[in-house]
Write a protein that binds this ligand. Sequence first.
Ligand code: TRP
Length: 453
Amino acid sequence: MTTRILTGITTTGTPHLGNYAGAIRPAIVASRTPAADSFYFLADYHSLIKCEDPLRIQRSRLEIAATWLACGLDADRATFYRQSDIPEIPELCWLLTCVTAKGLLNRAHAYKASVDRNVEAGEDADAGVTMGLYSYPVLMAADILMFNAHKVPVGRDQIQHVEMARDIAQRFNHLFGQGREFFTLPEAVVEDDVATLPGLDGRKMSKSYDNTIPLFGSAKELKAAIARIVTDSKIPGEPKDPDSSHLFTLYQAFSTPEQLAAFRADLLAGLAWGEAKERLFLLLDAELGEARDRYHALIARPADLEDILQAGAAKARRIATPFLGELREAVGLRNFGAQASVAAPTKKKGARSARFVSFREADGTFRFRFLAADGEELLLSRPLADPKAVGMLTQRVTAAGVDALDLREDEGDRFSLWLDGACVADSPSFADAQALDAAMIRLRNAVASLATD
Ligand code: TRP
């Protein structure tokens, strides 16, 4: 089983060294493990909540996309996309909004913090609070649930949001699932062993403290930033205490154990701070130099970046589009023309259900057709030796249920059903990909209805 890992990066600002060590580097490492199916995206709809400057939004999206690719994210392996290229996400956000209790959102930390600040300042409690800020957790739930992520790597401040996504998923499953778990319940993962870097002044490196080291500035800018790192005033030759020096902590985040041991010994032996800064510069330059070149090459060709992200969006939508189709069906937003194929809420006497029909071929083999309630043929099985084999197979499909259905697309115009690594039945051919997706949804609904009928 692969684990689906999903995380979003809000596109405000330019990534700095702290983002790199704390989020980008570990995420890229994780995306390379064979069992991981990674979804990384630019949360650009979320960025609109905090920023009303179009140029900054655009610039930040570009810089963040280039940063992740330059740092080694493999966009063929991982699914890398912009949230705003997936129209299914805001649509799902609305479906979720309609089942989310207002009281749940009243408890969100980010919203509560704004209210507290207002109250303290003697303002109206909701002054400056937009619906975007208020509904932020629902949009985030849509990001996560759209792709049924198992694990969501986030910072501590985001754990509550992932828990809200779980709540909302459970509520939706309960209301509309009819025994089917539409949404996987996601889990927040907080990496405890990733480096939280100190900034130039020793406080946590953060844009809001203006103490950051730029990730892809020129070598000269990197040097200048390092020169601003605050140290104590011990003179060259005087022993320095590595453990109380954040310059040492920064070094530690990028060095091998051997390099670190040597650095520690030299500081204790009185290495001058100027020298120590030069060593940190060389270390960072070696770690980031190549990625920096790749970054500037990418930024210089925004049209290529656009192509990469469009390909990522297409990949993501191959999952999102049919899944949203199922969710629309589930809540009752159904095609009038296909009405009969949708299980009626109260079944009339004599109404037919989805069913298996077995028959004998002229050559003596046996097969079944799987028909929707309206009689549409959804699947035709491969030939089987005898009626007993047919019965066993149809029973297994029924028992396994819709969540275990292994459907695969064949040559673009049909799909097939697989069981234990073997193809057992095929769909008819369809005119185009949309008709194919729609038929897969009808099949899923029909299989789901077997469990309830
Ligand atoms: N809110 C997250 C942050 O500020 C970004 C984000 C948006 C996100 N959607 C997400 C993270 C979905 C994980 C999953 O860091």
